[in-house]
Design a protein around this ligand. Structure first.
Ligand SMILES: Nc1ncnc2c1ncn2[C@@H]1O[C@H](COP(=O)(O)OP(=O)(O)OP(=O)(O)O)[C@@H](O)[C@H]1O
Ligand SMILES: [Mg+2]
Length: 352
């Protein structure tokens, strides 16, 4: 019997976990899904601001949904992580892993003795002068930030077994093996306060950006502008989104504020896409796939497609999974799916 793998996503609005088991021959089987909301402010911009309630929420998640075992794969995505593409002199992967610290110390904004480093090889190539290079995506995370996440998880009596970028986890679940996509795509996980962006080709990441923006800023703008409570602003946001509301009522006002904010968000995405496209070795991006709670904003997908001139689709992080005895109605799973890309990807990564 294969042990299950559990991915734990500590988001700004909630903690959520997904448990999968390797299928005997076919796809991995989804066995458990759970989510517990966090008090506002406990996780800010993807970083743990107040450890106690987060550990509490993780404990509740385990007891409420009966996850099996205590080993968990974790994700990170915040301003304390940098992802850079670099061309390093060619060497075998194991040698590169050993010497990574020295190779990258001058190129990353974190002192290497305070960083946790990882890399993904994109390609090996030879220059016109005949020199060989490894083109890699280097990931560097502040050790202190990682320690604070590990501390919270251990505080909930769990055992972290792996750590991955949220962006890579999203890539794994939205573009699973055997579903390579259609050439260059941009993936977006639009959260409450963080948006993870990945450009990939056939599942290989070429560009990662972590933006500190998400659905929360839209809700806050509604609170400020209309003078309503936060929960009411959330409801208004989910109801009207970027639609046009005629007349002069509260919904009209809300739609105006929401649209204004969301257009700023779309501008940022456009800016990042333009930045990527200006790179000399950029691959053509023909399509966008969105997930995360923020992607549920009514009309956002359509407005993104209009502005960026490309098809924009909702991602399906559970597409490669067989649904086991999860204990949720099919309808509930469909509703939960947009929020689960990172947790599913972490679980799939933990299975490997
Ligand atoms: N139907 C909806 N319409 C508009 N916005 C929505 C809807 N459902 C959820 N959201 C927004 O999605 C955001 C939460 O998304 P998500 O749960 O993916 O974030 P998170 O993972 O907790 O946070 P982060 O990834 O930023 O750390 C909130 O801002 C919430 O208001
Ligand atoms: Mg998230």
């Amino acid at each position: 019997m294969v042990a299950p793998a559990i991915g734990l996503d500590i988001g700004s609005s909630a903690v959520r976990a997904v448990q999968v088991t390797a299928g005997r021959r076919g796809p991995a089987v989804l066995e458990r899904v759970g989510q517990v909301l966090l008090p506002r402010g406990a996780v800010r911009e993807g970083e743990i601001a107040d450890p106690e309630p987060v550990a509490q929420a993780v404990s509740t998640l385990w007891s409420r949904y009966a996850f099996k075992g205590s080993k968990v794969a974790l994700g990170v995505g915040n301003q304390q992580v940098v992802v850079r593409k670099m061309d390093l002199p060619f060497m075998p992967e194991d040698e590169l892993a050993q010497s990574l610290e020295f190779q990258v110390q001058d190129s990353i904004p974190i002192p290497v003795d305070q960083a946790i480093l990882d890399f993904n090889t994109l390609e090996n190539y030879e220059s016109a002068q005949g020199e060989r290079f490894n083109r890699v995506l280097v990931v560097a995370a502040h050790r202190q930030m990682v320690d604070s996440i590990l501390g919270v998880v251990r505080g909930a009596k769990l055992e972290p077994t792996g750590l991955d970028l949220d962006a890579f986890a999203m890539l794994r679940s939205l573009v699973p093996e055997g579903f390579p996509g259609e050439g260059g795509e941009m993936l977006l996980d639009i959260g409450a306060s963080v948006t993870n962006m990945v450009v990939h080709h056939d599942g290989v990441p070429h560009f990662v950006r972590i933006l500190l923006m998400g659905g929360d800023s839209i809700t806050s703008a509604v609170v400020d502008d209309l003078g309503v409570e936060y929960d009411e602003a959330e409801d208004l946001k989910a109801a009207v989104g970027m639609s046009e509301v005629s007349g002069l009522g509260r919904e009209h006002d809300a739609a105006r504020v929401i649209t204004e904010r969301a257009l700023r968000f779309i501008d940022e995405i456009q800016g990042s896409l333009d930045y990527y496209r200006a790179q000399p070795d950029a691959i053509p991006v023909r399509r966008m796939v969105v997930c995360g709670g923020g992607s549920q904003l009514p009309n956002l997908r359509q407005r993104l497609a209009e502005t960026l001139h490309m098809p924009v689709e909702h991602g399906h992080p559970m597409q490669s999974l067989k649904i086991g005895n999860v204990g949720l109605e099919a309808e509930q799973l469909v509703q939960a799916e947009p929020y689960l890309a990172v947790a599913v990807g972490l679980a799939l990564g933990g299975m490997a």
